[in-house]
Ligand binder design. Sequence first.
Ligand code: CUA
Length: 337
Amino acid sequence: MKRLVSMAFATASALLLQGCAGWQSALDPKGPAASELAWLIWFFTGLCAVVWVLVMIALAAPLTMRSRAQAEPLAIDVGADGRKLRVVLIAVALTAVILVGLTLLSFFANRTLAAIGSDAALTIRVTGHQWWWEVRYEDATPGRILTTANEIHIPAGEPVRLLLTSTDVIHSFWIPSLSGKLDLIPGHMNVLDIKADKPGVYRGQCAEFCGAQHANMGTFIIAETREKFDAWWNDQLQPAAAPTGGEAKVGQDLFLRRPCVMCHRIGGTPAGGTVAPDLTHIASRQTLAAGTLTMSRGNLAAWIADPQGVKPGSHMPVVDLSGDELNAIVAYLEGLK
Ligand code: CUA
């Protein structure tokens, strides 16, 4: 029986801890801010666990002890009263010391977080929309300003400043492996500095309930070497690839004549809508609809044919297309690498 219980405990702990690793975990930090926060989480949890055990022992001990029979039960024992008062005073003092200590730790952790991006060379404006992320790379040269969506490329090992805002409701930006969460508030700009120690892909999730598709408001931070990042930025600044092949050409023509063009922008074409994600290089992204679907021909077709089935409540309308027209538009979008 004892073995069974310990085996069950070991299995349960292994399963639980499994959830603590991976590309979206505050307990598996991959940057200085997340490391600072993970350390705080473990320290707070450990200290509070010790306090809880001590309180439980203090509660249980008197219940298990038998008091000695007294000849005169009503007589006042001044010595015992004094001892009890001392115990209470020590407990109150310890509580105050622990609370002040934890407050100071939080304060210094905040200072560490604030210092991470003080010399950030890269600024990215992230705007929350129901239910996707607009990502704009700022640059002193207007021609180098880049707008994309849902995936945020950053150079690894360098601090990056994120300017967070929203156009509709309050969202919350959270990449657990890299940083704590911060709200995106309409009409207000919040600043979050992040840094990834090493190249990698880290998943993020909107962390403030923002409507029907809050759960499908994912984002990805793709940290890469400086060279790869610069190459990526230069590629993204290029206008969209011209369609190759008859079907893709038909697709582009359809895209430009149908309602798609009213919401989406495709660089190098007359499509200039800005209320929905920029599609200039959509096929270079790993997912569709803010992490809802992986990027593939089938998923592109599914998303365009039935956006309300894939992401009910999303602002992507159903565009009336025949099967051939749908295939043509997909063939065009697939080429926008
Ligand atoms: Cu955006 Cu929840």
